[in-house]
Design a protein around this ligand. Structure first.
Ligand code: NDP
Length: 319
């Protein structure tokens, strides 16, 4: 039986963080192996940008680019620089000793360093009509998709800082915003709440939940049916889009118990670096960032992770 080779670096996840780490690691002659993910149930090849429509805020693309095309370009660049790509979900990792072990089903890969770039996924309400209208007016990212609804009425769901931020951002673009929250109190910070409630373009509906997104028949969002939790009364809000801002979930299942995480589930990194609690394991992108969550910031930390991994490897005796 041939011995499993030990790679310099395995990168898990293929959003902007993982692919940028791949580009930099390949250029540093680390011969990276990128396990890009395979399915909607596991890691999404290309990451969350695959679910957005047009990307207008990625620097260098003044003429706009779709999320899919942007990620295809990242991937082409990573491959051209010499990244080996495996299209599969990682099933298990063992980071307790070196070399680190990464399994894809029965196949074992070994590596001196691992870059975790598995990202996060937006939480949705879980309604069938919401699922049917994703990318057709249902979005989880106002910064990505808000401009598509310029001058039109929109709805935002949630009561945290993200919901406040998205409602305020959308109020600057859209005709008006209805913010729907399930309780009669927001959990967002006081300053964000003050800014939101004082905005004349934002109407707030407390103690309401969404029962249905309209209109699946027309294949586009035309409104949202909401229910008053106190009275049970239902009414329809006319809207061209529904922005769901009820939190994100970092994709950390593989690493829980091995890598340190914050209370909110996001991986801990040493500030100013991508180092985790395990020397030789680095984390980049949304799996360790719940604040910025932009493609460009994920790409930035992906670059940092490749540089950190390369320097760590050199200090350990080179590759
Ligand atoms: P949060 O978890 O803070 O808030 C989620 C909100 O969604 C809550 O109000 C919650 O309601 C509501 N919610 C959750 N599930 C459902 C559901 N199924 N149906 C209806 N409503 C639901 O997430 P955020 O994304 O807002 O914030 C995440 C973190 O990022 C926080 O720590 C936040 O402070 C931070 N952040 C900071 C920013 C800044 O400082 N500029 C900007 C954005 C985020 P309920 O309150 O009833 O639980």
């Amino acid at each position: 039986m041939s011995e499993t080779p030990v790679r310099n670096v395995i990168i898990i996840g293929s959003g902007p963080a993982g692919l940028t780490a791949s580009i930099y690691a390949a250029r540093a002659n680390m011969k990276p192996l990128l396990i890009e993910g395979f399915s909607a149930g596991g890691l999404i090849p290309g990451g969350q940008l695959m679910f957005t429509t047009e990307v207008e805020n990625y620097p260098g693309f003044p003429e706009k680019v779709t999320g899919q095309e942007l990620m295809q370009r990242f991937r082409d660049q990573a491959e051209r620089q010499g990244t080996e790509i495996v299209t599969a979900d990682v099933s298990k990792v063992d980071l307790s000793q070196r070399p680190f072990k990464v399994w894809v089903e029965e196949t074992l890969y070994l590596a001196h360093t691992v870059i975790v770039a598995t990202g996060a996924r937006a939480n949705y309400l879980g309604l069938p009509s919401e699922e049917a209208l994703k990318n057709k007016g249902v979005s989880a990212c106002a910064v990505c998709d808000g401009a598509l609804f310029r001058g039109q009425p929109v709805v935002v769901i949630g009561g945290g800082d993200t919901a406040m931020e998205e409602a305020t951002y959308l109020a600057s673009l859209c005709s008006h915003v209805t913010l729907v929250h399930r309780r009669d109190e927001f959990r967002a910070s006081k300053s964000m709440i003050d800014r939101t409630v004082s905005n004349p373009k934002i109407k707030i509906l407390y103690s309401h939940v969404v029962d249905e997104v309209l209109d699946v028949q027309q294949d586009t969002v035309t409104g949202v049916v909401v229910r008053d939790l106190k009275t049970g009364a239902k009414h329809t809000i006319e809207a061209s889009a529904m922005f769901v801002a009820i939190g994100h979930t970092p994709m950390t299942d593989l690493f829980i118990g091995q890598l340190d995480a914050h209370e909110n589930g996001y991986l801990k990194t040493v500030p100013g670096s991508t180092r985790t609690n395990i020397p030789g394991v680095f984390a980049a992108g949304d799996v360790q960032d719940w604040t910025y969550r932009q493609a460009v910031t994920a790409a930035g930390t992906g670059c940092m992770a490749a540089l950190d991994a390369e320097r760590w490897l050199s200090a350990e005796g080179g590759h």
